[in-house]
Structures are given as structure tokens and as C-alpha cells.
Unconditional design. Structure first.
Length: 130
């Protein structure tokens, strides 16, 4: 089954900083091994929290079990938020690889590769919660 979460953080210019995740059950009506859908209640709760100071929704993460860390046709079709960051983790038997993509600001169905840097959070950042 594909796992999924919302990415919570902030965008500054061309840089997106992910500060938290809002984990979600995969509520897809289709094959959950090849598709994912964020639970609408998780999305609404994240949006409400952002309105009162929590980090904003800046993208989505999901896994491709036994697949490649690149957007599938289904991913492109379901990409509706221009500028969102997409993190896709391919999970194999002995390894995992994550790649980053950004939804085009004019055509959100176009996901193009972008850089990904992972840094450790400071103790104060780690203790903050949504």
C-alpha cells in the first residue's frame, strides 16, 4: 500500500522548508498499492491549523512500494496544487530512495525535478508541533 502525508512548512522564494508532516491514511478508492489519496479530514485539519499559526501545507509525500521515485501518470493527474512540493520515496526490499518534484505554477499536472537537501532540525524546531 502506498503511504502518504502532507508536508507542512513555509516557502521563501524558490526554497521550501518542511517543518512537519501530517500523516494520513491512504483513502484511495482505487488500487492502494499503486495510488494514494490524502484523507480530506487530515487536509482540512492542516488548513485550519495553518490559519492559526501552524506551518502551511506546502506539498505531499508518498511512497511507491517496489517502484521508482518518480511521478506516475496517476500522480500527475492528481496534482492540483500549483507550486506544491512532491516527495516520492521508492521502497525496495533492501533500500529506499526519495526524489523531489515541484508542481508547475501554470500547469500543476506538470511535475518537474527539483533539488532536495535534508538537514537536522534544532532542538527548538523539533519540539514544536502542529
Amino acid at each position: 500500500m502506498e503511504a502518504c502525508a502532507l508536508l507542512m512548512g513555509e516557502r521563501t522564494g524558490n526554497k521550501v522548508v518542511v517543518k512537519d508532516l501530517a500523516l494520513s491514511d491512504n483513502v484511495s478508492d482505487g488500487d492502494r498499492g499503486a495510488n494514494f489519496e490524502i484523507d480530506p479530514e487530515v487536509y482540512l485539519a492542516a488548513q485550519k491549523a495553518a490559519r492559526v499559526g501552524a506551518p502551511a501545507v506546502v506539498g505531499v509525500w508518498h511512497s511507491h512500494p517496489d517502484g521508482e521515485p518518480f511521478p506516475s501518470d496517476a500522480d500527475r493527474q492528481r496534482s492540483h496544487e500549483p507550486g506544491w512540493l512532491w516527495l516520492i520515496t521508492a521502497v525496495g526490499r533492501s533500500s529506499a530512495e526519495t526524489c523531489a518534484f515541484e508542481a508547475d505554477k501554470q500547469d500543476s499536472h506538470c511535475l518537474f525535478a527539483c533539488g532536495l537537501a535534508i538537514t537536522a532540525a534544532s532542538a527548538t524546531e523539533s519540539s514544536q508541533s502542529v
